[in-house]
Ligand binder design. Structure first.
Ligand SMILES: Cc1cc2nc3c(=O)[nH]c(=O)nc-3n(C[C@H](O)[C@H](O)[C@H](O)COP(=O)(O)OP(=O)(O)OC[C@H]3O[C@@H](n4cnc5c(N)ncnc54)[C@H](O)[C@@H]3O)c2cc1C
Length: 405
């Protein structure tokens, strides 16, 4: 039988999957169904250099557009998959046509969590996930304008950095007591609060937004009794996985499509990869859903290998990064559940230090601020479940290569 593989979603994971299938020698027909008008592109620059206007869209593509033609991949852009019929093995797209598959891969990603508050639909209340979102935001970034960012996570803070450099008046409102609380430890949060204040951003933590005010266009963000003037509001309060298609098709969903180590769902013909999945992570021993480029690329390569009957690629420690001003944050592992935090360098002055997180003496994560050697060494140490001497870890005189495993 001729194999026919359909990928739903044309994002980062899907682009890598198409490339890995070609590399692994997949012989069947591949169709990529994506609701956005662009071939698969990288999202990280959307809140960094692309937002700042420093790179153009063609630099964002996961593979050059010509790759798909050359590799015989059929790109169906501007096309939304609306249903999966698992017994007929077809995907229904908008307009009603049915695409047959022998293997289906869900790569539907995630979407910004909406804030269902009064005034959410006012003109000027925006979200940041796609190229179109950035184009809408960029068109309104002008020096002197008041930008209120709801959410002090990495996307909100990257936007704050770009906007502050473009001389907007920027306010960040964060409900938690500290910034980037989901991603980094308290020491690093404290550093980022100082960093943004130094750059002129008004950071307010521990404040919950209760609504947006204005006639047609937003003029204020309301936080209980307090009102913050705004010409533009961008909401960045996390992402929700796009799981509806899978759920409606009867696949297991638990805040993410449940997959195994090979990215297979319980249906042997259906895989899922990227932001939309949840899995027992073999290296972290945790059941989790990761939203990162590393995860999207890794799962795409694993799924391609599994589909082509090849051995899976070697696993790497999960990692993530964020660029704000002249500061590169690189994180590896997950720091939740640590019992010891060791600091190398000074978070209270300057812009370069690292925090190592240990549990029962084992290094489980690092947050490295402008510290590439600490990040690179820690990735390997975490994978090896190493037990570095904490006093030496914190000692700047001991080079990171001394800890090599
Ligand atoms: C602004 C921003 C900055 C980021 N910065 C970083 C960073 O610095 N480092 C990092 O590691 N990660 C970063 N990320 C996260 C990273 O981009 C995601 O983890 C990654 O894009 C996940 O890839 P994916 O293919 O799973 O999902 P996506 O790239 O979101 O792709 C999913 C695609 O599927 C489409 N789709 C969904 N449902 C359907 C349907 N029914 N029919 C057709 N198409 C559908 C969606 O429209 C989307 O185009 C950032 C994300 C954003 C938004």
């Amino acid at each position: 039988m001729n194999e026919s593989l359909v990928i739903i979603g044309a994002g980062h994971a899907a682009g890598q999957l198409a490339a890995s299938l070609a590399q692994d020698g997949f012989k069947g027909a591949v169709t990529l169904v994506g609701e956005e008008p662009h071939p698969p592109y990288q999202r990280p620059p959307l809140s960094k250099k692309f937002l700042a206007g420093e790179v153009t869209l063609d630099r964002l593509y996961v593979r050059p557009p010509a790759f798909y033609d050359k590799s015989g991949v059929r790109l169906m852009l501007d096309t939304r998959a609306v249903a999966i019929d698992r017994s007929a093995r077809t995907v229904v797209i908008d307009g009603g046509a049915a695409l047959p598959y022998t293997t289906l891969v869900l790569a539907t990603g995630s979407r910004p969590r909406a804030l269902p508050l009064a005034g959410n639909d006012l003109d000027g209340v925006l979200y940041l996930r796609t190229v179109q979102d950035v184009q809408a935001i960029r068109a309104r970034l002008a020096a002197g304008r008041r930008l209120v960012i709801v959410g002090g996570g990495y996307i909100g803070l990257e936007l704050a950095a770009v906007a502050a450099r473009q001389k907007l008046q920027v306010t960040v409102l964060e409900q938690a007591p500290r910034l980037m609380a989901r991603g980094v430890g308290p020491i690093v949060s404290g550093f980022y609060e100082r960093l943004h204040r130094e750059e002129g951003v008004n950071v307010i933590t521990g404040t919950a937004v209760s609504g947006f005010a204005g006639d047609d266009r937003v003029t204020h963000v309301v936080c209980g009794e307090a009102r913050h003037e705004a010409d533009l509001v961008v909401v960045g309060v996390g992402a929700a996985p796009n799981v509806e298609l899978a759920r409606d098709a009867g696949l297991a969903v638990e805040d993410g499509i449940v997959v195994d180590a090979q990215c297979r769902t319980a249906d042997p013909a259906v895989y899922a990869v990227g932001d939309c999945t949840r899995r027992l992570h073999p290296m972290l021993d945790q059941n989790l859903r990761l939203e990162s480029v590393h995860n999207a690329l890794e799962q795409a390569k694993i799924a391609a290998a599994s589909i082509c009957g090849r051995p899976p690629p070697a696993m790497e420690t999960p990692w993530f990064w964020s660029d704000q001003y002249d500061v590169k944050l690189q994180m590896a592992g997950l720091s939740g559940g640590h019992d010891t935090a060791i600091v190398r360098g000074s978070p209270d002055s300057g812009r370069s230090f690292a925090v190592f997180y240990l549990r029962d003496g084992v290094l489980i994560a690092v947050d490295a601020v402008n510290r590439m050697p600490e990040f690179m060494a820690s990735k390997a140490l975490i994978a090896a479940r190493a037990r570095p001497d904490p006093s030496r870890l914190g000692d700047e005189r001991v080079a990171m290569k001394a800890f090599a495993v």
